[in-house]
Every structure is written in C-alpha cells, then in structure tokens.
Design a protein around this ligand. Structure first.
Ligand code: RM4
Ligand code: MN
Ligand code: MN
Length: 395
C-alpha cells in the first residue's frame, strides 16, 4: 500500500463534503432524561458557530442542515439565515421540516385521518420549500413519524395514497434546483407499522412524487442484519440514491458516532459509492449528511471525530484496487476478491491523511487542534449564563 494517498484518491477525498446537522450541537437527551452540557448550543447562531469550528478544523463541512421548528421556532427569518451562515463561511444545507412534534400530529401528519391535519402538514412542507428557496438550499429532506402502534389502527393502503398525494404536491412546488429526499425508518416512534418503513417504500413514493425525488439512507434506520451497502449499490445504480444520514447503531436508532460500532460496514458503504462512481464516470450526486445527537460526548469534539472517521473510511475505500477486484470476480476467486477489501481496510491511512491535511493548510490532527484551541471553554463561558436563564432548548 502507498505511503501517501494516490493522487486520484486525494482529489476525490477533497471533494467529499459532509453536511453537519444543526441539531447535533444542541442539548439532547433520551426519552428518560436530558443532561445539559455547559458548551452546548442554545441558539441557531451558536449552532452555526460550532459548525464553522468543525469546518475550520476539517475543511470538509461547508454546509449545515436546518431543522425548521428547532432552529426557527418563530418561523420566517430565511434571509437572515443565509446571511448568518455566510458570515461564518458556511451555507445552508438541507431543510428538514418538522411534522411530528406538534400536538395536532399525535395521530400522524400527512397520513392523518383528519383532512385538516393533513392540510396543515402539507402547508408546513410547502413553507419549508419556500424557506429553502429563500436561502438557496438544494435539498428538502423529509422524515415522517407517521405510523400506528396497534393492528387495525390504520388503513395502510389509504395512508400510502395520502403520502403519495402529499409528496406530489410538495414536489410540484419545488424549484428545479431542489431535490426531495425521502427518508425511511422501520420503527420508532410508531411500533407496529411505519408508513415509510424501508427503502422500497421510500423508492416508490419518491418515484411517484416526481423526477427530482430520491431516497435518503440513514445508516441507523434498518432492522438488524440488513445489508446496507446492498441497498446503496442498488439505489445508486437506479439513479435513486439521494443522500445519507450517517451515524452508527448497535440496537436501534442510536445516533452514535459514525463508525464507532462497525467501521467495516461504513467502509463497505463507501466502497459501494466508489464502485457506483466508477460505473457513472463521475461523482455521485448525493448529499453526505451526518444525523447524530451526542447526548454524552462534547458536541464539537464528537462532530470532528465523525468527520475524521468518515474521511478515513472513505480513504480506505478509495484504496481498494477496483481493477484487481473485478479480475478476481471474473475468475470466481472469492478469497482474492475479499482480500482486496481487507487489505485496504487494514491500511492505516492516518499518516497519509495527516500529510494530506497539512498540504491543504489544515491541522494534521483536527481533534488535537480543537482540544488545544480552547473553543469549548470559551463556548461554555459564553453560553452557560444564557443556559441558566433559559434552561436550554430541546434541540
Ligand atoms: C429521525 C430521523 C430524522 C431526524 C429525526 C429527528 O429518526 O433520523 O432524520 O430528523 O429523527
Ligand atoms: Mn435521519
Ligand atoms: Mn434517526
């Protein structure tokens, strides 16, 4: 294996942009409790400051995903939003509507039996399109909590049609520059059936919504044993892979740091991307986003760790000799094919990445640079007095 990153791999890695979630910097908890951190962000400005710090350290995170009601509880403010991001060297990334927290959504949003609630949910989605237009966002990222808890509670087919109608209406309102991302999740908060439970349902709804709708793969949203890289390859080959929400899991939708539990899985997902890009002859037009809430780790540290991990695992995937892999496949040499993966995965890419970062004017070790910068202590000093007064916000 090479001592420095091969030129093409270094160039591709430099084009890997990872979108950070605003909600990853705020105090969050579990359904049993929420433990506040002195330096956790309270306001949208704090969240953008934190995201800018991660971008300064890694050079890889120029955009921030917005969760509409968590970041703009009062609504509006789109013009100010892009200005706030721009002032920090960032741009606004995906817009994430919220049709799950208000009391009216107790029995669902666009699949609610009550037409007035369905209308209200669609109106919020349409307002989110307008927000995205105003701040130049290129993605409307949709996740729905809709589902049922008990057999007989809902008509699956009728709910499916309501979903299809809603997504079509929202798609029709999107500008050409915007992609609709349809996220799936097998369960939680619903425990019997979830309306968009897997990639197949997301695919069907995206197809019926319109030509700029794609599937979003959240790596934490699969039942145990699911082969995620298979889904990624399949969707990419269909031109229906829209993006990722990266995180790791052990049991359910745990939102743990990417690669902390199963780095080989993330490596295989990146390899699926490398193979799809080779077939396509260019970079896949997908959004690489993080969806994590670090309720115990310091937020900025966890996010830096995430980005560095993503770069390491993508670099390892870029080291796979795809020519040798195909040659081994052609002669049915299973062991040689698997060894192509194992050799690349076992390579310690950290020295190569340190050198690559320095050559780009970035800290060799972003996490160490962050710890040495005093950012956390400064953020805590500035935020703690405000936090005492307000008690913190959920996200
Ligand atoms: C979901 C899903 C969405 C996120 C919500 C809050 O599990 O991952 O992407 O916006 O949580
Ligand atoms: Mn997600
Ligand atoms: Mn999730």
């Amino acid at each position: 294996m090479p001592a420095a990153l091969p030129v093409a791999a270094a160039a591709r890695l430099a084009r890997l942009e990872i979108e950070l979630p605003s909600w990853g910097f705020a105090d969050t908890g579990t359904r049993f409790g929420k433990f506040l951190q002195d330096a956790a962000a309270l306001t949208l400005e704090d969240k953008l400051d934190d995201a800018a710090e991660v971008h300064r350290l890694t050079g890889a995170c120029p955009s921030v995903a917005i969760h509409v009601l968590w970041d703009l509880p009062a609504g509006g403010g789109a013009a100010a939003l892009s200005g706030l991001a721009r002032a920090r060297g960032l741009r606004i990334g995906s817009i994430n509507p919220n049709v799950f927290q208000d009391q009216c959504y107790k029995h669902g949003s666009v699949a609610n039996e009550d037409a007035a609630v369905r209308r209200r949910a669609i109106d919020h989605l349409l307002a989110s399109v307008e927000l995205g237009k105003a701040c130049g966002s290129r993605a409307l990222s949709l996740w729905f909590a809709d589902g049922t808890n008990y057999p007989g509670q809902g008509s699956v087919a009728r709910r499916k049609r309501w979903f299809a109608d809603a997504l079509r209406e929202v798609h029709a309102a999107m500008p050409d520059s915007m992609t609709m991302l349809v996220e799936y999740k097998p369960f939680e908060p619903a425990f019997y059936h979830t309306d968009i439970a897997d990639w197949g349902m997301a695919y069907v709804l995206a197809k019926s919504a319109g030509e700029r709708a794609r599937v979003l793969v959240d790596t934490g949203h699969h039942l145990p044993g699911q082969n995620i890289e298979h889904i990624v390859s399949f969707l990419a080959d269909e031109g229906m892979l829209g993006g990722f929400h990266f995180n790791d899991r052990h049991y359910a939708d745990d939102d743990l740091t990417m690669g902390s539990i199963d780095p080989y899985r993330i490596f295989r997902i990146f390899l699926a991307i490398c193979e799809a890009e080779r077939a396509l002859g260019r970079d896949l037009p997908v959004e690489f986003m993080v969806d994590q809430s670090h309720n115990l780790k310091p937020k900025v540290e966890a996010m830096v760790q995430t980005v560095v991990t993503a770069q390491e695992l993508f670099a390892k995937a870029l080291l796979v000799d795809l020519g040798a892999l195909d040659a081994a496949r052609a002669r049915h040499d299973i062991v040689a094919a698997e060894e192509c993966l194992r050799r690349a995965f076992a390579t310690d890419v950290r020295p190569m990445l340190a050198e690559w970062r320095v050559s780009r004017g970035l800290p060799a070790d972003p996490l160490a640079a962050h710890r040495a910068s005093g950012y956390e202590a400064r953020a805590a000093a500035a935020r703690l007095p405000r936090k005492r007064a307000s008690g913190g916000s959920y996200a």
